[in-house]
Design a protein around this ligand. Structure first.
Ligand code: HEC
Length: 147
């Protein structure tokens, strides 16, 4: 058992080192699945119950730029601020990256809003900042950056 844990740590450290010294764009580590393997099937089964209408996207936009403060890290244009003073580790995601948009299902993105992306500055927002319903609206806006 200790052997297995040691092996895991080597993997985690190698991953962190790789990420720190590589750039965000076209980085395979960006596309790498964030949801743990034992939860991925469940997360992928979650479907956004709200249609992508201009009104619903507008609701998400207000939250993104307002009380959910996504804008502070992901930027007004959704491209993700590069180096943020005091922010260590992975950079905020660039939502205009079409490869990334294709790589993720809506359910995986909701999982991130529920759990955060462990080991990064991406924190959980549900339920403290956003209700699940609000989060689905924000995700419609996140998807709109990919169009
Ligand atoms: C404090 C900075 C910060 C704030 C605020 C923030 N994020 Fe993030 N976000 C990040 C970072 C850093 C990552 C990259 C994490 C990673 O690579 O796993 C990220 C990644 C993501 C991802 C991509 C996860 C994936 O599967 O690739 C989504 C979606 C996301 N954020 C949505 C949001 C939304 C929506 C909000 C507002 C409710 C928000 N973020 C607020 C820093 C932030």
């Amino acid at each position: 058992m200790p052997g297995k844990i040691g092996f895991l740590w080597v993997g985690v450290l190698a991953f962190q080192a790789f990420y720190t010294f590589s750039s965000e764009a076209a980085d395979p580590q960006v596309l790498k699945q964030r949801v743990p393997q034992d939860q991925i099937a469940e997360a992928r089964a979650w479907v956004n119950p709200f249609p992508s209408t201009p009104e619903n996207i507008e609701k998400g936009k207000k939250l993104f730029h307002g009380k959910a403060f996504c804008v502070t890290c992901h930027g007004r244009d959704g491209k993700g601020l590069g180096k943020i003073p005091g922010l260590v580790g992975k950079l905020p995601r660039n939502f205009t990256d079409k490869d990334w948009q294709t790589a993720r299902t809506d359910g995986e993105l909701l999982w991130i809003l529920k759990n955060g992306s462990p080991g990064t500055a991406m924190a959980p927002f549900i339920p403290l900042v956003l209700s699940e319903e609000e989060a689905w609206h924000v995700l419609l806006y996140v998807r709109a950056f990919g169009n």
